[in-house]
Design a protein. Structure first.
Length: 292
């Protein structure tokens, strides 16, 4: 029996050494901690693991995840949760370093937020979107998107259009997400790109609204002041948990904190209270298209 246990331990040791060798051969570069707080957090996860000579399998057990997920955390493709940060602080005796860094990463502006957002969006099962100025990117036509990029002074317009259209593949999945969209009347009657481009864009909105997994509502100007004057709001639910995206100075901010997300869900509901019912909203979109 003792010999059998020794063999098991030897096999486990060899497995972990092979895992470490494989990890060293990964194509993912070591993330630069100077490019943002989330990158610093991902960097320190790998740094402390290697400092203490622990395999990905061993740290996966500490934070209760799988080695592939740990690899994603170290590469910055996924984000630590509160309980995982606490487990790392306890294991490495850091005095709360990971938990503190996680808190400030959530509060700060992440220069890589959009890359993170697109990944979460592609895996989401429910998307709730409020846009006060422009058609949400996930529903834009190439012509409408191109007009926005050109107006913003972008040089690589075709490349940006291609990336935006690729995001829309989430709606063509075998199991597409539920998509609830609320926009203001400004969105449907501001002629972005001219009458022809706008007519095609509004037709696109009417087309997708026929799908059973998509709901669309419009806030008329007659509603006056409403809860959406602070700017865009996106809520995503899925395998990454519940995430909110809100506008921030110079970019966006992803909010993974459950408490904060709940407050933004309440805000989305308040915004929706000012919107027309779906049938009336689609009629307004149709009228705006015919007026062009």
């Amino acid at each position: 029996m003792t010999e059998s246990l020794d063999q098991i331990e030897q096999a486990r040791y060899l497995f972990e050494r092979l895992e470490e060798i494989g990890g060293a051969m990964q194509t993912d570069p070591v993330i630069d901690p100077d490019t943002g707080l989330w990158n610093w957090l991902a960097y320190d996860l790998r740094f402390y693991r290697q400092k203490y000579g622990m395999s990905q399998s061993a740290i996966s057990e500490v934070i209760k995840t799988s080695p592939p997920n740990l690899s994603n955390l170290e590469a910055g493709r996924r984000r630590l949760k509160d309980e995982q940060a606490e487990a790392l602080d306890e294991r490495f005796k850091t005095g709360g370093h990971f938990k503190r860094l996680l808190r400030y990463a959530r509060l700060g502006h992440d220069p890589n937020w959009f890359k993170q957002y697109v990944g979460i969006e592609s895996r989401a099962s429910v998307l709730k979107v409020y846009e006060p100025i422009a058609v949400p990117g996930i529903l834009q036509t190439p012509e409408y998107a191109g007009a926005l990029f050109k107006a913003g002074g972008a040089r690589n317009v075709e490349e940006l259009i291609e990336k935006r259209m690729k995001r829309q593949e989430v709606l063509r999945r075998p199991d597409p997400p539920l998509l609830w969209v609320v926009v203001t009347e400004n969105v449907i009657d501001w002629p972005v790109g001219g009458a022809s481009v706008m007519r095609k864009q509004l037709a696109r909105l009417l087309e997708v609204a026929e799908q059973p997994n998509i709901g669309m509502r419009v806030i008329p100007r007659s509603a006056g002041a409403h809860a959406g004057f602070d700017g865009s709001l996106y809520l995503l639910s899925g395998e990454d948990g519940d995430i909110a995206y809100i506008e921030a100075t110079g970019g966006g901010r992803l909010v993974p904190s459950l408490t904060e997300v709940r407050s933004y869900e309440a805000r989305f509901e308040r915004i929706g209270q000012s919107a027309l019912p779906m049938e009336s909203s689609l009629r307004m979109i149709r009228d705006a298209m015919e007026a062009l």
